[in-house]
Design a protein around this ligand. Structure first.
Ligand code: NAI
Length: 321
């Protein structure tokens, strides 16, 4: 297979001064992309600023014969500045990697509202603002690729990371919705949940594990998700240590109650095992669209539902919502 290239493509990567973002920048540039290396150069907790991190990555790219420009804007405070750097320097933007992030962990009991908001702001609001500004260019040119950086902590929850995990799962939801809104404009949006060696993980994982978690193993998936040929939109991918896989929602086979059952907490408790089983043969399914959600009610929708206006069905309710 011929190499997937990014000639004439402009890629904006936020938080690309170190860790994962740096590796993405180097790899995109090595395949012909013009890269905007954004990073405000702060600490892991989000304090301070420095142009050094982004400048070093740009220097590395240029030494290797690639094209890149640095940008030091904060994704929350000046998202337009980041996208404008791409437009002014290279005349376009084709790929946006929402990667910038910070940590401010603490148990939920001790977490302040400020701590919660700060992390939501950088990850989620930053990605929202950047994407919103890039969207008009993507829509105009009928081309865009967006990669949102989620996290296993977002998919599964993690002790001490209520702020971070809430932001990260929200980035999945943002990707799922934008994938639908972008479909007719050839804008493809996916989310990744990576694990990699960086300053985020160096203090918490042992060296023998970190050795296997090179960011160079995450970057190839991000490149593919940023390419013309990406086969997916609205996908959630796990990627770490050379493993690449997709995550999806799974619905249990569930249990239908009929009007004679009386809809009570006791009746639900009685059928709990049946309605929460995912075992083979249990008719569990993999919904991807809102219409798949509705399919769960197919059987129920044939049942009359009484309201004050008379009898209505789930289907006719949907039209009113
Ligand atoms: P990192 O700390 O090396 O990279 C994050 C970069 O974002 C830093 O260079 C930082 O200066 C920059 N940044 C922070 N706030 C910014 C802002 N407001 N504006 C612009 N730049 C800002 O950490 P790493 O691991 O490379 O993280 C990259 C992304 O991957 C983050 O979103 C992180 O949450 C996510 N992630 C990382 C995992 C890992 O195992 N390393 C696991 C799951 C998710």
């Amino acid at each position: 297979m011929s190499q997937l290239r990014f000639d004439n493509k402009v890629v904006v990567i936020t938080g690309a001064g170190g860790g994962l973002g740096k590796e993405y920048a180097l790899q995109f540039a090595s395949r012909g992309a013009k890269v905007v290396v954004n990073d405000l150069g702060g600490t892991l907790g989000g304090a301070g600023t420095s142009s050094r991190a982004a400048d070093l990555v740009v220097a590395n790219i240029k030494e290797a014969g690639g094209e890149a420009v640095a940008n030091y804007d904060n994704v929350v405070l000046n998202p337009e500045g980041i996208i404008d750097t791409a437009i002014k320097s290279f005349g376009a933007i084709h790929v946006l990697v929402n990667n910038a992030g910070i940590l401010n962990d603490s148990s939920f009991k001790k977490m302040t509202e400020e701590q919660f908001q700060q992390v939501i702001d950088v990850h989620l609001t930053g990605a929202f603002k950047l994407t919103k500004y890039a969207w008009k260019f993507f829509k105009q040119q009928k081309y865009g690729r967006i990669i949102n950086t989620a996290s296993p902590a977002g998919l599964y929850g993690n002790f001490g990371q209520a702020n971070y995990s809430a932001a990260k799962l929200a980035l999945v939801a943002l990707a799922e919705t934008l994938a639908k809104e972008g479909q007719k404009y050839n804008i493809k949006v996916n989310a990744i949940a990576p694990l990699a060696r960086s300053r985020m993980t160096e203090a918490i994982l042992p060296e023998d594990i970190l050795e296997k978690l090179g960011p160079d193993k995450v970057a190839p998936l991000v490149l593919l998700l940023g390419h013309d040929m990406v086969p997916s939109t609205g996908g959630i991918f796990e990627v770490a240590a050379g493993f690449y896989g997709q995550i999806t929602w799974q619905r249990s086979g569930g249990s239908y109650f009929n009007p004679n059952d009386s809809y009570t907490p006791e009746a639900i408790l009685h059928k709990w095992n049946e309605l929460t089983t995912f075992e083979k043969g249990s008719q569990s399914s993999y919904p991807r669209e809102l219409k798949d959600y509705e399919s769960a009610f197919k059987k129920a929708s044939r049942m009359p539902i009484e309201n004050s206006q008379g009898k209505v069905t789930i289907n006719s309710l949907k039209e009113k919502v």
